[in-house]
Design a protein around this ligand. Structure first.
Ligand code: ADP
Length: 241
């Protein structure tokens, strides 16, 4: 990611946004359906801004891998494509945001995902006098299906691929370290359907909540552009706000 940030032209806007962020914004909330590219944009933003990437999905998956803090019921919920309980996720996020490295700001990816979580976050931010900037990555439904069904990642270095849209040079092997790529447990078709259903039912209303709250909600069309173009659009939008 570092190479991507430093090596490509057009990141000036992101650089300017970085200064704006450091002065005025502490909390960025990346919002969008599964497959909208939240994780990719969060990684680019956190590299650029030097703040932690707080991904509830990654934290839960890490917990399952390490067998610590996340019980079997949570794993089963995730594998079925449903949402983990608010109590579990709220506690996990609060603990993470209270760590010293988040004091200067953070990028939230995958949280809040329910109205109750949104209220919990709003209280946390209000107590600390912090305003959030919400970035909504809007992506066409068919693009989402193509992205999620073809998604693979390197289990060693985490580099993301897509067998159709962004294939590795050698079939199913990571370009960087040659390790066999893996598919996320919940990227099977029936689970994808349930995740999108959960998004429509429980998460989409959170966007209205943010819009009605009078805070800053930035809309970014993220259907067709490559990640670095989407990132540039985000940078420009933050700078113009
Ligand atoms: P995606 O956005 O592609 O679905 P994530 O990695 O953000 O991927 O989430 C994977 C799974 O982790 C979700 O389907 C859900 O089971 C669980 N999860 C992540 N974040 C939350 C959250 N804020 N609330 C409840 N469950 C969550």
């Amino acid at each position: 990611m570092k190479g991507l940030l430093r090596g490509r032209a057009g990141f000036a806007a992101a650089g300017a946004a970085s200064n704006v962020f450091k002065r005025f914004v502490k909390a960025i909330v990346l919002f969008g359906s599964p497959g909208s590219g939240k994780g990719t944009q969060a990684k680019l933003l956190t590299e650029c801004l030097g703040v932690p990437h707080v991904s509830t999905g990654e934290m839960l998956r890490d917990g399952i891998r390490q067998g610590a803090g996340v019980d079997a019921a949570v794993a089963a919920t995730m594998h079925a494509g449903s949402l983990v309980s608010d109590a579990v996720v709220d506690k996990m996020v609060e603990e993470r945001l209270n760590r010293p490295d988040a004091a200067n700001g953070f990028v939230l990816d995958g949280y809040p995902r329910t109205l109750a979580q949104a209220r919990n976050l709003a209280d946390w931010l209000k107590e600390r006098g912090v305003r959030e900037v919400v970035i909504h990555l809007a992506v066409d439904y068919n693009v989402i299906i193509a992205r999620l069904t073809g998604r693979r990642e390197c289990p060693r270095c985490g580099t993301p691929y897509n067998v159709v849209l962004r294939p590795p040079k050698v079939d199913e092997l990571c370009d960087l370290d040659g390790v066999k790529l893996v598919r996320r447990e919940d990227d099977r078709e029936e689970v994808i359907r349930e995740r999108l259903h959960a998004y429509d039912r429980q998460t989409r209303p959170v966007l209205e909540y943010f819009r009605n709250g009078g805070g800053c909600v930035i809309e970014v069309d993220a259907s067709n552009d490559p990640p670095e173009t989407v990132f540039r659009k985000i940078g420009q939008a933050i700078e113009n706000r």
